[in-house]
Design a protein around this ligand. Structure first.
Ligand code: PEP
Ligand code: MN
Length: 254
């Protein structure tokens, strides 16, 4: 259950990728039963190198739409091209996120912003893969210039050349500086893509709570080890709720 102390946080959970209707249902039903109101799903997957699972694409949209209607829950998905926005909207998905690779590219962000111009959509903007706050700020400004008001930020860490403890370095000072720059925009943390493995998720999620982040986005899968993408970092819904339960928020500390 989403515990009382987390009620004022935005908590998003769901699989890295939609794989099958059965996997989607088996993962999402327990999340919704536990009180999660916004579910993440990857439909178009930006894989760094070709050859791995790149998402089911529009084939998954009817499954997502039907489950959303049945469970009365909102889904959010990554969009990287105007076509993704159009196809998702056709299936009543109006919540999107811009992935870390897309945020690095002003042309891409501009095209996405134009595809959403004047629409009542919600957009989360992940930090760029490289630690450049100006690209992150610029992506927000491009969305705002198209009249998008419901904007949130997601901190998912920054890529490295060498092997590091975390898959993507948190560099906490960067999201903190963005929080200062955009005091009205909620800042969420995505510990799954920072950590790249499940055993360190709790410590990163706790750090985000200590810094008074506004929420978390965590990858969950009913059978994480069998996941078609990001298997080592996903949590079962049960482990995810246990993680939430173990977190202390700033509100509890004062
Ligand atoms: C994701 O959230 O599944 C994803 C691909 O994230 P990122 O853009 O942070 O790598
Ligand atoms: Mn992932």
């Amino acid at each position: 259950m989403v515990i009382e102390s987390m009620q004022d946080k935005v908590i998003i959970a769901g699989p890295c990728s939609v794989e099958t209707p059965e996997q989607l249902r088996a993962t999402v039903v327990p999340l919704v039963a536990g009180g999660i109101k916004e579910i993440r799903v990857g439909i178009w997957k930006p894989r760094t190198r070709p050859g791995s699972f790149e998402g089911l694409g529009k084939q998954a949209l009817p499954w997502v739409e039907a489950l959303g209607n049945e469970l009365e829950v909102d889904f959010t998905t990554e969009v990287a091209r105007p076509l993704h926005v159009e196809e998702a909207l056709r299936h009543n998905i109006t919540r999107f996120w811009i992935g870390a690779r897309s945020t690095t590219n002003p042309f891409t962000v501009q095209e996405l912003a134009e595809a959403m111009r004047g629409l009542k959509v919600s957009v989360m903007i992940k930090n760029p893969v490289n630690p450049d706050p100006a690209l992150w700020i610029g992506a927000v400004e491009r969305m705002q210039a198209m009249g998008i008001e419901d904007i949130r930020l997601i901190h998912r860490g920054f890529s490295n050349y060498s092997d590091t403890f975390y898959r993507n370095s948190p560099m906490w000072q960067l999201p903190i500086s963005l929080k200062t720059h955009f005091p009205d925009l909620p800042m969420l943390c995505d510990p799954s893509h920072i950590c790249g493995r499940r055993d360190t998720l709790a410590q990163v999620a706790q750090m985000a709570m200590d810094l008074n982040f506004d929420g978390l986005m965590v990858e969950t899968h009913h059978q994480p080890d069998a996941a078609w993408s990001d298997a080592v970092q996903q949590l079962t819904p049960e482990a995810f709720f246990a993680l939430l339960k173990g977190l202390r928020t700033v509100r509890e500390a004062v």
